[in-house]
Design a protein around this ligand. Structure first.
Ligand SMILES: *[C@@H]1O[C@H](CO)[C@@H](O)[C@H](O)[C@H]1NC(C)=O
Ligand SMILES: *[C@@H]1O[C@H](CO)[C@@H](O)[C@H](O)[C@H]1NC(C)=O
Ligand SMILES: *[C@@H]1O[C@H](CO)[C@@H](O)[C@H](O)[C@H]1NC(C)=O
Length: 297
C-alpha cells in the first residue's frame, strides 16, 4: 500500500513537472496586432513590429487590417471597426479559437478593448498589451501629416466634434474627451462613454466581467508622447472633469474608484502592469519590447 502510494506520488510529480514544462511563462496563444490611425498592416513599421514580436516570442502574430487600412482608420466609426474585427476576424479565424492575446497600438487599443468587451461569442482574450492607448480619451485629435485625409480631417475638426455627423464620420471623435465639455461628451460621444461604462444609467456588467477576465493588462506609456493629450491616458489617467490643470492618476479617477469596467478589480489582483518607457508615441525600443511585451505573448 505504502509502496503504491509513493509510486503514484512519483508519477504525479512527474506529470506535474511535464505540465510545467509544457506551460511556459509566456503564453502559447497567438496574438493579433491592431494598428493605430494613419497606419496599415502593409506599412513597414507595423509589419516589422508584428514580425519582430512573432520572431522574439515564437508565437504566431497577425496584423488585422480593417477595411482599406489608413483611410478607414480615420473615417470608419470605431463601433463599426469593432464590429468588423469581431464578426469577420476573431470569430472566423480558427487559429484564435482557443484564445488569443491582443497587442494594441494607439487607437487600435480602443478597437481591441471594444472587441474584448462587446464581441458576443468571440474566443477568450488572455493578455492585453497596450502601447500608447487613449484609454481615458484624448483632448486633441492625433497629429496629422499633409495627405488628402488630413485636409479633410482639419475641415471636419473645425466643425463641432460632438455632432451626429462627426460621430458618424470621424473615428477619433469617438474618444475625443474635452474636459471642459463633459456633458456634451457624455451625451453625444458614441464610443468611449460606452466602452468605459461612463454613463450612469447604462453601465453594463457584462463589459466589466469581460474586461476583468484578462490574465494581464499591460499599459505602456511613452514618456515623450505628444500625440496623446495627456500621455497619462495610456494608463487610464486623465484630466479632472472641467479643467486642464490637474491630471488624475488612474487610481484617483471615478472609473477606477467606482470600478466601472473592472480596472480596480484587475489592479487589486496584481494583473495590471503600469509601464513607462522613454520615447515618442509608439517608438518602443527593441529592448523595451522584449522586456515588456514579449513575455506576455
Ligand atoms: C523575423 O525572422 C525572419 C526569419 O529569421 C527574418 O527573415 C525576418 O527578417 C525577421 N523579421 C524582422 C522584422 O526582423
Ligand atoms: C523590428 O525590426 C526591424 C528590422 O528588422 C527594426 O528596424 C525595428 O526597429 C524593430 N523593432 C521594433 C520594436 O519593431
Ligand atoms: C450588456 O451587454 C450585453 C453584451 O453586449 C448585452 O447582451 C446586454 O443586453 C447588455 N445589458 C444591458 C443591461 O444593456
Amino acid at each position: 500500500m505504502a509502496h503504491r502510494s509513493s509510486s503514484s506520488s512519483v508519477i504525479s510529480t512527474v506529470i506535474l513537472a511535464i505540465a510545467f514544462t509544457l506551460v511556459p511563462i509566456s503564453s502559447s496563444f497567438p496574438f493579433i496586432v491592431l494598428h493605430g490611425i494613419s497606419e496599415q498592416c502593409s506599412g513597414d513599421r507595423v509589419k516589422q513590429f508584428t514580425e519582430n514580436l512573432s520572431n522574439w516570442s515564437k508565437s504566431n502574430g497577425y496584423c488585422i487590417e480593417i477595411g482599406n487600412g489608413v483611410w478607414d482608420s480615420w473615417f470608419l466609426p470605431l463601433e463599426d471597426q469593432v464590429e468588423e474585427v469581431c464578426d469577420t476576424v476573431v470569430k472566423k479565424m480558427k487559429q484564435l479559437r482557443k484564445g488569443y492575446n491582443i497587442v494594441g497600438l494607439s487607437q487600435g487599443n480602443l478597437i481591441g478593448r471594444g472587441v474584448l468587451e462587446f464581441c458576443e461569442g468571440g474566443p477568450p482574450v488572455k493578455n492585453f498589451i497596450s502601447l500608447g492607448g487613449p484609454h481615458a480619451g484624448t483632448a486633441s485629435i492625433p497629429l496629422c501629416g499633409s495627405g488628402l485625409w488630413c485636409v479633410l480631417v482639419n475641415k471636419m475638426i473645425k466643425a463641432e466634434i460632438y455632432t451626429d455627423y462627426m460621430q458618424g464620420h470621424l473615428a477619433p471623435s469617438g474618444y475625443l474627451k474635452l474636459p471642459y465639455n463633459i456633458p456634451s461628451y457624455l451625451e453625444k460621444c458614441r464610443f468611449l462613454p460606452k466602452l468605459n461604462n461612463e454613463l450612469p444609467d447604462e453601465r453594463n456588467t457584462t463589459y466589466k466581467e469581460r474586461f476583468s477576465s484578462l490574465q494581464n493588462l499591460v499599459l505602456i506609456m511613452f514618456e515623450q508622447d505628444t500625440v496623446l493629450i495627456p500621455k497619462e491616458t495610456a494608463w487610464f489617467g486623465y484630466y479632472q472633469d472641467g479643467a486642464f490643470d490637474l491630471i488624475l492618476p488612474p487610481q484617483q479617477t471615478k472609473l477606477y474608484v467606482e470600478d466601472w469596467i473592472g480596472l480596480k478589480t484587475l489592479d487589486t489582483a496584481g494583473r495590471v502592469k503600469y509601464i513607462s518607457v522613454p520615447g515618442f508615441h509608439l517608438r518602443i525600443s527593441d529592448g523595451d519590447a522584449k522586456q515588456y511585451v514579449v513575455p506576455y505573448l
